[in-house]
Ligand binder design. Structure first.
Ligand code: FES
Length: 338
């Protein structure tokens, strides 16, 4: 049971709930004057209303201001307008909800000190009904039922404030990768170029047992050269044709010269270590090992699928070229299965 402190003499109030020395309660203007209470109510509603307007501006700005554009803003200099508008509107929105709630509590909610008579822990019917009565009294004291303007404006402000979170989740995580993860720069007819150096490779220059790190022709002119290199890197290996145990591997190569993606199918490290004696390719990150004579199947380590093979041939001048793009996604298995 909540008992207002300082009401000595009220029937049934134990002595220990008497005023411990608090100054006498001074009623506020809103306690005495219904006009003042209505003014306070309007001020609270105005603050919640400003919050709603700020949230709506946030939503409009989110969809209309280009995120990637920096502009000259007086007093600030070159800055990202989108970030500034979104940050300010969110701040104003949240601030006004907070100010409205504080003003509401200070002007309209009860401001008397109360003490609660703590009974031993038990759930008697009497205690339950007291709790319900206390909650109902609290609800009445908040004046939510009596002041629908506050109720609806607060509901609107809090409801709208959830929308920025929803749109951030729906659209703020960046664009979908679409086919970016499943395609590379390689196209049919592109020459295989040495990395580094970007010079073409003649099949006749590839001696038995040699290894080349290779990139597609023209990748150095790409707008996103680093991203493209991260997907299109290839390792070229020359084997004795009789060692190749998989017909498809032999067919996709050229006289024992085979090309495989250098991006590990575990989590994407470059598979750059070639053991010439065993014909094994090793990934230095977690030791996945691929057998080049068996179409780069995994013989050790955490990788779950072979390295994708790039089908190659030679052009009219004898240079090695791609016979087609990669026919399966390169890189970690977790994104190629989507
Ligand atoms: S990234 Fe190659 S084994 Fe883990």
């Amino acid at each position: 049971m909540l008992v207002p402190v300082g009401h000595e003499g009220a029937s049934g109030v134990p002595e220990r709930f008497s005023n411990p020395g608090l100054p006498p309660h001074v009623p506020r203007s809103a306690d005495l004057d219904e006009g003042a209470a209505r003014r306070a109510e309007k001020q609270v509603a105005t603050l919640f209303g400003v919050s709603m307007v700020a949230t709506l501006i946030f939503l409009v700005a989110y969809f209309t201001i280009d995120v990637g554009t920096n502009q000259f803003i007086p007093g600030i200099g070159l800055a990202n307008l989108s970030n500034i508008v979104l940050g300010l509107t969110l701040a104003v929105s949240l601030l006004c909800i907070g100010l409205g709630a504080v003003h509401w509590a200070k002007t309209l909610m009860p401001d008397t000190e109360v003490a609660e008579d703590r009974h031993p822990q038990r759930s008697s019917d009497e205690a339950r009904s007291e709790a319900v009565a206390t909650l109902a009294a609290g609800g009445d004291a908040s004046q939510l039922a009596r002041r629908p303007l506050i109720k609806y404006s607060l509901g609107g402000a809090l409801g709208l404030f959830a929308l920025p979170l929803v749109v951030q989740l729906a659209g703020g995580l960046g664009p979908l990768p679409k086919a970016d993860l499943s395609t590379t720069f390689w196209r049919k007819g592109m020459r295989l170029m040495r990395d580094p150096g970007m010079t073409p490779i003649k099949a006749s220059d590839v001696t038995l047992g040699s290894v080349f790190h290779v990139l597609p022709e023209g990748i150095d002119k790409s707008e996103h050269v680093l991203e493209e290199k991260a997907k299109a890197s290839v390792i070229l290996i020359s084997l004795e044709p009789a060692l190749i145990q998989v017909p498809k591997e032999r067919a996709w190569g050229h006289e024992g010269i085979v090309a495989y993606s250098k991006i590990c199918s575990h989590v994407g490290c470059p598979v750059g270590l070639y053991e010439q004696q065993t014909h094994h390719l090793l990934c230095p990150c977690h030791q996945s090992t691929f057998d080049v004579t068996k179409d780069c199947e995994v013989i050790f380590g955490p990788a779950k699928r072979p390295l994708p093979q790039l089908e190659i041939t030679v052009d009219a001048e004898g240079y090695l070229v791609a016979a087609s793009p990669f026919r399966e996604p390169v890189g970690p298995s977790f994104w190629e299965r989507g």
